[in-house]
Design a protein around this ligand. Structure first.
Ligand code: SF4
Length: 138
């Protein structure tokens, strides 16, 4: 939905719906969908399984504890928001009654960042809030 340059796709609950004809050779939706084949050019370089890095650390937050792997992402976002280094964060949270249906949102509330801590093992349209923001949708 957020990747389509022609605005032909909408996500109805979890199901994509397409209307209209696509320009030839677009395929943007195919390329970004996590459930389709990833073209070789877009795959990670397997000779560097974790990509480029300067230093690898194993760390654990002493401020937050509910994350999956030491709550480091939560702690970094807390720091960035608290010190006004960033104005907002794009997070993925889940509703209490729909634990397997994560959703993305933009927030500047640290309590929401903390609540959203922890890995979600489910596909989620992460960048949809950015499209909504661009289009003035709340
Ligand atoms: S192929 Fe391109 S234009 Fe067609 S639905 Fe996908 S992203 Fe939109």
């Amino acid at each position: 939905e957020y990747a389509c340059p022609e605005d032909l796709i909408t996500i109805d609950d979890t199901k994509p719906r397409k209307r209209g004809e696509c320009p030839e050779d677009c395929h943007a939706c195919f390329r970004v969908c996590p459930r389709t084949f990833i073209h070789e050019d877009l795959r990670n370089d397997n000779s560097k399984p974790i990509g480029d890095f300067i230093k690898v650390l194993s760390v654990k937050s002493i401020k937050h504890t509910q994350g999956q792997d030491g709550s480091i992402v939560t702690t970094l976002l807390d720091y960035l928001l608290s010190n006004k280094i960033v104005t907002d964060a794009l997070i993925v949270d889940k509703k209490d009654d729909l634990a397997w249906k994560p959703y993305a949102k933009i927030t500047n509330a640290i309590d929401e960042v903390v609540k959203s801590g922890g890995t979600k093992y489910s596909v989620c349209p992460v960048f949809k809030p950015l499209k909504d923001l661009k289009e003035g949708v709340n």
